[in-house]
Design a protein. Structure first.
Length: 178
């Protein structure tokens, strides 16, 4: 029966196999001790440190850092349109820039609208006639599809002037009396 008991336990393990198993166990214990020591050393030093190779924590030149931030946050188009606001006279010409000023850029998913305020109805009409050429020029400068429509606003109404004889609570000449 002793032979049957040995067969039930499985094949006999030779000395070479026992040595391999002992070596694998010793390696695993050494790895665990090494990892624990590395963690203790890193916690004493204050965390991760930069090595010889470049990584995401290395300092960057200011221009590169701003470009990276602009890309990560998705600010390319708003910054490009902001550049148009600053170079308005250069893009549309000095005469038009004296009388028409960009006010706002709305970036809706399907409509990208640049709103422009003009100081007279004559210049507003002129800008409405030039709008298709201006959209083409802006898209050539900023990238295709950046501006799809130019909304032209005429001159605003004058601000209400309140004299010394004013009824308290009245809205002035715009009062509807009822």
């Amino acid at each position: 029966m002793s032979g049957e008991a040995e067969r039930a336990q499985g094949p006999e393990v030779s000395g070479v196999d026992l040595a391999r198993q002992a070596l694998a166990a010793a390696r695993e214990q050494a790895r665990a001790r090494g990892a624990a020591a590395q963690q203790r050393k890193a916690s004493r030093r204050g965390g991760l440190r930069s090595g010889a190779r470049a990584d995401g924590r290395d300092p960057l030149p200011l221009g590169a850092a701003l470009d990276r931030l602009k890309t990560e946050r998705g600010w390319e188009m708003p910054m490009a349109v902001g550049g148009v606001m600053g170079r308005w006279a250069e893009i549309v010409g000095a005469d038009l820039a004296k009388h028409c000023v960009p006010v706002r850029y709305d970036e809706a998913p399907e409509e990208r609208v640049l709103t422009v305020q003009c100081d007279s109805t004559v210049w507003a009409t002129q800008l409405r006639l030039l709008a298709p050429q201006l959209v083409a020029r802006l898209n050539a400068d900023l990238g295709q599809g950046t501006v799809r429509l130019i909304k032209v606003l005429g001159p605003g109404s004058p601000k209400p002037w309140y004299g010394p004889l004013r009824a308290p609570g009245s809205t002035g000449p715009r009062d509807t009396f009822g």
